[in-house]
Design a protein around this ligand. Structure first.
Ligand code: PLP
Length: 259
C-alpha cells in the first residue's frame, strides 16, 4: 500500500519550514509526498526576507495534476499568501472532491512577516475553515481568527470551541507560546475536549514547528488514522523533532525529522 499526501504551501529555501519541511516529514512517516507551491519565499534562519506568490491558476493546476493522476489520500495547506490562492484552494477542494484536509492557519512568521495577506484573512475564515477536517492554530493565530484574547488554558478552550463553531471538524489550539510552568498544553476539540500535555523543551531552534506538526497529522490521516490518534502521534513526533532540533545557521535552527 502506498499512502499519498499533498502539501499546498510556500517554499522555504532554507529547508526548515513550508514545502521542504512537509516533504521531509512525509518521508519520515513513509508516506509518498507531493507539493503544490503557493509562494516562493526568500529566507534563512534569520527570518523571511521576501516572497513572490505563484499565480492562482498555476496553483490550481498543480493540485489538479496530482489529484487526477496519482491520487491524494490526505493534504494540508500552509502559507497561502493571497486571497486568490485561498480561493484557488477552495475551488480545488470542492471541484476535485478532496478529502482529509489539515489546514495549518499560517498567518505570519516568527519575525513578523505576513505570510497570509491581511486582506485574505476573512476569506480564509469563510472558505477554508469550514472545509477543514483539522485546523492547527497557535495562540497568536487563534486570537486573530476568533478575536478572543488568550491568556490561559481556559481561553485556549474557548477559542477552540469558537473555531469548531466556525466549521472545522476538529481543532488543535497549540500552546507552545504559552508554557504552563514546565509543561506545554495543547487543546484538541471535536465536540469532545482533550488536553494534551508535554514537557516544555527550551530551545531556540524551532523554525518550522507548525509546518512539521500539520504535515505529521496529514501523514497520519493518509494512513487512515482517526483525527485524535493522528494528532497524538504527530504531537509525539514533534516532541522528538524539537528535542533533537538542529543548531544550524545564525538564527532559529530547524527541527530534526530523522533523529
Ligand atoms: N516560511 C514558510 C513557507 C512557512 O510556511 C512558515 C510557517 O508556516 C514560515 C516560513 C515561518 O516559520 P517559522 O515561523 O517557524 O520561522
Amino acid at each position: 500500500m502506498i499512502y499519498k499526501a499533498l502539501s499546498i504551501a510556500g517554499s522555504d529555501n532554507s529547508g526548515g519550514a513550508g514545502i521542504q519541511a512537509d516533504l521531509k516529514v512525509f518521508s519520515a512517516f513513509g508516506v509518498y509526498g507531493m507539493s503544490a507551491v503557493t509562494s516562493v519565499t526568500v529566507q534563512n534562519t534569520l527570518g523571511v526576507k521576501g516572497s513572490h506568490p505563484v499565480p492562482s491558476d498555476i496553483l490550481f493546476e498543480q493540485i489538479k495534476a496530482v489529484v487526477e493522476d496519482i491520487g491524494v489520500d490526505a493534504f494540508k495547506t500552509g502559507m497561502l499568501q493571497t486571497e486568490e490562492n485561498v480561493l484557488a484552494v477552495y475551488q480545488a477542494v470542492k471541484d476535485l472532491r478532496m478529502k482529509n484536509f489539515v489546514a495549518d492557519t499560517v498567518i505570519r512568521s516568527k519575525n513578523g512577516k505576513y505570510l497570509l495577506d491581511k486582506s485574505a484573512i476573512e476569506t480564509f475564515i469563510k472558505r477554508i475553515v469550514p472545509l477543514a477536517d483539522i485546523i492547527t492554530p497557535n495562540i497568536d493565530e487563534a486570537e486573530v481568527l476568533t478575536g478572543i484574547e488568550i491568556r490561559s488554558v481556559d481561553d485556549m478552550i474557548r477559542a477552540a470551541k469558537e473555531l469548531y463553531r466556525m466549521g472545522s471538524s476538529a481543532v488543535v489550539v497549540k500552546g507552545g507560546h504559552l508554557p504552563q510552568g514546565d509543561r506545554i498544553v495543547d487543546i484538541f476539540y471535536n465536540g469532545d475536549l482533550y488536553t494534551l500535555e508535554y514537557p516544555y523543551v527550551r530551545t531556540k531552534n524551532t523554525h518550522g514547528t507548525g509546518c512539521t506538526f500539520s504535515a505529521a497529522i496529514t501523514a497520519c490521516l493518509a494512513k487512515g488514522y482517526d483525527h485524535l490518534k493522528a494528532v497524538r502521534v504527530a504531537r509525539s513526533y514533534i516532541q522528538g523533532a524539537i528535542e533533537n532540533s538542529l543548531s544550524i545557521g545564525k538564527g532559529t535552527g530547524s527541527l530534526n525529522h530523522f533523529w
